[in-house]
Design a protein around this ligand. Structure first.
Ligand code: SAM
Length: 331
């Protein structure tokens, strides 16, 4: 499927020129982003920075006290491990506490996929993180598991794998095996997992507030390219899930072709496949408490109604970077 392009209008042209975007991108946002002008204005504002406390090493209250004594002002968020930074006297990546692995600098939206994984139960959970570097989510997974059970983390780029290994060491993670491996080959490991996270490589539309060049460097072909790879990866990811387990699919893109359309394609493949000998599997998206409902239609396509349980995070509504999360139970 090709990236869907809409005809330009006076409004899309005006907004694109006012906020410095290529028009095609704004006319797409106008199809599904609520209150699009406020959205575009917020994308131009400096994003709120967040830190996720590494509870393997320190309790949130203790870290908050230590950082407050250095002049940082923090505010709690809907996740108990995550603080918003309201005031920073200097870079939050330049403290002793950071070097000690007491926290990870990570957007609130980026923590939601791990929070959705139901890891608290699990000293004997077996977890796959299929696209892991630089490890923001892997380290959160391990902390949720209290360093018990086992995490398998894959990353095909050697340079990025090094940053993953560094972050695991800095955060004191000891329950994770790291493989230099393409996620599409994960089934070669011949293992099945209670939880699989596919934080998919994507076109990164959601990080425009951190990288304004993307307003014009981003092209429809990027979405096509990413969507093809995401289909290949999500199909492999679903195969890895034990019956009754969870597949969490996330991206930092707004594009429906990388989000709802990928998950809709997977649901179709799993739910409509002829079973034979009761082997049919079933996939359902479970609701999440935060964020905005997933789309159930886009560009003339209608998706499984269950997609409304997926979640979109928008800067102007959620004060996060852009994010998409679907929590898929596979039986
Ligand atoms: N989960 C990471 C975190 O929270 O820090 C961020 C992951 S980033 C969105 C996507 C990662 O997927 C990149 O490190 C990229 O190198 C990797 N990647 C690209 N192609 C891949 C593939 N075929 N299989 C697995 N990972 C892939």
């Amino acid at each position: 499927m090709k990236t869907i392009i809409f005809p330009a209008s006076a409004d899309s042209s005006k907004l694109a020129s006012k906020y410095g975007y290529d028009e095609w991108l704004v006319s797409r946002f106008m199809q599904y982003v609520p209150d699009v002008e406020r959205f575009l204005a917020k994308m131009d504002a400096r994003p709120t920075h967040y830190i996720r406390v590494n509870t393997l090493k320190i309790e949130p209250e203790n870290l908050a006290e230590r950082l407050a004594s250095k002049g940082f002002e923090l505010r709690r968020t809907f996740l108990s491990e995550v603080f918003a930074i309201l005031r920073a006297p200097f870079s939050v990546g330049a403290t002793t506490e950071y070097l000690l692995g007491y926290y990870y600098v990570q957007d609130l939206g980026s923590c939601v996929p791990v929070d959705a994984m139901e890891l608290d139960s699990g000293s004997d959970l077996v977890v796959m993180d299929m696209a892991a570097a630089p490890g923001g989510k892997t380290t959160f997974i391990s902390q949720k598991m209290k360093n018990a059970g086992v995490v398998v983390a894959l990353e095909p780029q050697e340079k990025r794998l090094r940053s993953l290994v560094f972050n695991l060491a800095r955060c004191g993670v000891t329950n994770t095996c790291v493989y230099l491996m393409d996620g599409g080959r994960a089934n070669d490991l011949k293992l099945k997992f209670d939880r699989v996270l596919l934080d998919a490589p994507c076109s990164c539309e959601g990080v425009i507030p951190k990288d304004m060049l993307r307003k014009t460097s981003h092209k429809p072909d990027d979405i096509d390219y990413c969507a093809n790879r995401q289909k290949m990866l999500i199909e492999a990811a679903a195969e890895l899930v034990k019956p009754g387990g969870l597949l969490i699919y996330s991206t930092c893109s707004f594009a429906p072709e990388e989000n709802e359309m990928i998950v809709d394609w997977l649901l179709g493949r799993i739910n409509n496949r002829a079973g034979g000998e009761n082997k049919a599997r079933n996939a359902r998206i479970e609701p999440l408490p935060h964020g905005n409902s997933g789309l159930t239609s886009f560009g003339g396509y209608t998706f499984d109604d269950n997609l409304k349980n997926a979640r979109r995070f928008y800067p102007h509504i959620d004060n996060t970077l852009g994010f998409f999360v679907a929590k898929i139970r596979i039986r």
